[in-house]
Design a binder for this molecule. Structure first.
Ligand code: PLP
Length: 314
């Protein structure tokens, strides 16, 4: 078991003018404080998978990610902490001969063995892992040895079950509640929706462009895989991706800096800042009935390269 630093994570009221004007309450679920090296939703999603790996006698984890993947660093750190081996298949063979960036360096420092794949080979390998069942992962095991294969981004049925613990830590949820999170691969949103009591709803904000339809199908697939049914208490907003994954336009950067200054909460830019900016925009546009209570899940910590956060543990 990967011991959490803090569980349940703090739930804090956040009084902010944009929301107040719209008659909407905002709270922050501080999952960013959950674990120093496996932050936020990465801990939520990995914890049940790690328990499963240990229970099934696996000594090695295998997963996938891009050059700056938080998931890759999280798996490396978690495996290291549990004394498991880890292999990371990285998108982009050209990275093999270059000096490691801070993210890949951190993964390696935690003990992960990195293998660099061409984009075509990466697509094929992630596709096999995404099928989420034994047969397709067999080919990967033939190549990389006996291991537990975690899909890209870490979203599988167990990950969704792990994320379902977030709403379980929120008392008194009811019809006026909307629990909100950013959406990368959809595992976190799937878990949050599944963990809600009747009446409450979940809202995901897509941080990538062009995910409409695909991401909804992913969430539904995870629901079937983890719970054997679908849920209708959630939706995904696709209008606040800021131009695409990893893009931080100037207005989003300004929003994030203002929010950090007002509330003293460091905002990870690719996901968390987009979520909060989206909620502010939606509140301002009257998208939430007055009296709505929003709970925004702070799913991670800022990257260390941000000048205002020089000492992030990753
Ligand atoms: C990985 C990540 C997400 C994406 O979560 P999914 O379950 O893939 O949708 C959201 N927020 C942060 C901070 C992340 O690092």
């Amino acid at each position: 078991m990967l011991e959490p630093a803090l569980l349940p994570t703090p739930l804090v009221d956040c009084t902010d003018e944009v929301f107040a004007r719209a008659g909407v309450e905002l709270r922050l679920k501080r999952d960013d404080l959950l674990h120093p090296t496996v932050p936020g939703n990465k801990w939520r999603k990995l914890a049940p998978n790690l328990a499963d790996a240990v229970e099934r006698g696996h000594t090695r984890l295998l997963t996938f990610g891009g050059a700056y993947s938080t998931h890759l660093r999280a798996v490396a750190a978690a495996a290291g902490a549990l004394g498991l081996e880890s292999v990371g298949l990285v998108r982009g063979e050209e990275l093999a001969d270059r000096p490691r960036n801070w993210s890949l360096r951190a993964a390696e420092a935690a003990g992960m063995r990195l293998e660099f794949l061409t984009r075509a080979a990466y697509r094929e390998a992630t596709g096999r892992a995404a099928a989420d069942h034994g047969a397709s992962a067999e080919e990967l095991r033939r190549r990389w040895g006996s291991c537990l294969v975690l899909p890209e981004g870490g979203s599988n049925a167990l990950a969704a079950v792990g994320a379902a613990a977030v709403p379980a830590e929120l008392p008194d949820l009811g019809a006026r509640d909307v629990v909100c999170c950013p959406v990368g691969t959809g595992g976190t949103l799937a878990g949050i929706a599944a963990g809600l009591p009747p009446g409450a709803r979940a809202l995901g904000v897509a941080v990538l462009r062009g995910g409409e339809g695909y991401l909804e199908a992913e969430v539904a697939r995870l629901h079937r895989a983890a719970y054997g049914r679908e849920f209708d208490n959630w939706r995904i907003d696709h209008a606040h991706h800021g131009g695409g994954y990893g893009r931080v336009p100037a207005d989003l950067a300004a929003f994030a800096e203002g929010f950090e200054r007002r509330h003293g909460v460091p905002l990870e830019r690719r996901y968390v800042a987009k979520l909060l900016a989206a909620l502010a925009g939606l509140a301002e546009a009257g998208a939430f009935p007055r009296g709505t209570r929003l709970t925004a899940v702070v799913t991670g910590v800022p990257d260390p390269e941000q000048p205002e956060q020089p000492e992030q543990p990753e």
